[in-house]
Design a protein around this ligand. Structure first.
Ligand code: MGP
Length: 316
């Protein structure tokens, strides 16, 4: 499916969601405490009434037009903020293997058959245990979903969440992925149990807000397409892994072809944004250690070969 162009208010909403989340994280880091509340009002959260004398921001124009967004009325909003494109959440876990309906942690969501996307047939075996949870296309639906699923820190071992653009399945074989690759970081579980949920939230917000590869807003091409196809969090016995999948992967063969150099720069920008703005590591900080990796990029073709003689990019 083609990416749509985001109208101004939706862009503002997505950006606001990401910026507020990042500000929330930075404020918590500065204050030395762990953030516990979501960055923007969540549709099913109850807010306290204002204290007497508290100054409230009122959007006069929206009020005059009868528009109630989730920002000024979290329970009775009548306008949603559309995303650039719809996204689908997928899930797999040892507890869902071989079952038609996942029992935990998302049993509330009905199952639908695998969509017939280009390349889907080749991935049938791989996709057998990956359950499609839901597709959403607005900021509000995202929060509705987020508030109703289990956080990565609470998932069983070997579980994965996959958040992919609608029409792209989370498989190397999908046409949108087969020339691509992934940025990923591996984080030891014992040191990151308290961080992984926020890291996954910020990764999802950067994906749906299209801040990883902001070509959609650059206006340079007739119909620009983001390089991002999806993001994944994986829970493994000793570590968590966060990944960002891209449509294309630079060849890393020393080819100085202009298009290749541009692609490499564009892919490197995604990795830097991931490390610095989304995960909040200082750019020069070394991350690799026991069970930990740097933020690394590898093509899916190399992943298929299990990384043998793989060429990697690293954000250092
Ligand atoms: P993984 O779960 O991405 O890696 O892939 P991990 O976490 O290192 O391994 P795990 O064994 O701890 O889960 C695991 C294996 O699944 C790969 O080695 C492939 O055999 C297979 N696999 C992974 N992906 C992403 C795909 C895919 O997109 N298509 C197909 N056909 N197989 C895949």
């Amino acid at each position: 499916m083609a990416d749509s162009t985001l109208p101004g208010p939706a862009l503002a909403a997505s950006r606001a969601a990401l910026n507020a989340a990042i500000a929330d994280q930075q404020a918590a880091e500065n204050g030395g405490e762990s953030p516990t509340t979501p960055a923007i009002p969540e549709p099913n959260s109850t807010r306290e009434s204002p204290e007497p004398g508290e100054i409230q921001e009122v959007d006069m124009q929206a009020q005059a037009e009868g528009i109630r967004t989730v920002f000024n009325d979290p329970t009775n909003f009548n306008v949603k903020h559309p995303l650039y494109s719809p996204w689908t959440l997928w899930f797999d876990s040892p507890s869902t293997k071989g079952r038609n309906l996942p029992q935990t942690p998302i049993s509330a969501f009905p199952q639908t058959p695998l969509p017939q996307t280009p390349g889907a047939n080749a991935a049938l075996g791989w996709m057998e245990d990956i359950k499609r949870v839901i597709t959403f296309d607005s900021v509000e639906e995202f929060w509705g979903l987020y508030n109703n699923i289990v956080a990565p820190s609470m998932l069983p071992q070997k579980a994965n969440y996959y958040l992919f653009k609608e029409g792209i399945i989370p498989a190397w074989e999908d046409d949108a992925n087969k020339q691509g690759g992934k940025w990923s970081i591996q984080l030891p579980k014992d040191k990151n149990r308290g961080n992984v949920d926020k890291m996954w939230l910020y990764t999802m917000l950067a994906a749906i807000g299209e801040t990883f590869d902001p070509y959609l807003t650059a206006g340079e091409e007739e119909s620009p397409q983001s390089l991002i196809t999806g993001v994944i969090v994986s829970v493994r016995p000793q570590f968590y892994r966060l990944s960002i999948w891209t449509r294309l992967a630079p060849a890393l063969s020393g080819n100085e072809d202009e298009a290749e150099v541009k692609l490499r720069e564009r892919v490197e920008t995604i990795g830097k944004h991931f490390k610095v703005s989304v995960l909040s590591y200082p750019e020069p900080q070394k991350l690799a250690g026991p069970l930990a990796t740097e933020v690394e990029f590898m093509s899916h073709k190399d992943s298929e070969k299990k990384g043998k003689s793989a060429k990697k990019l690293t954000v250092l």
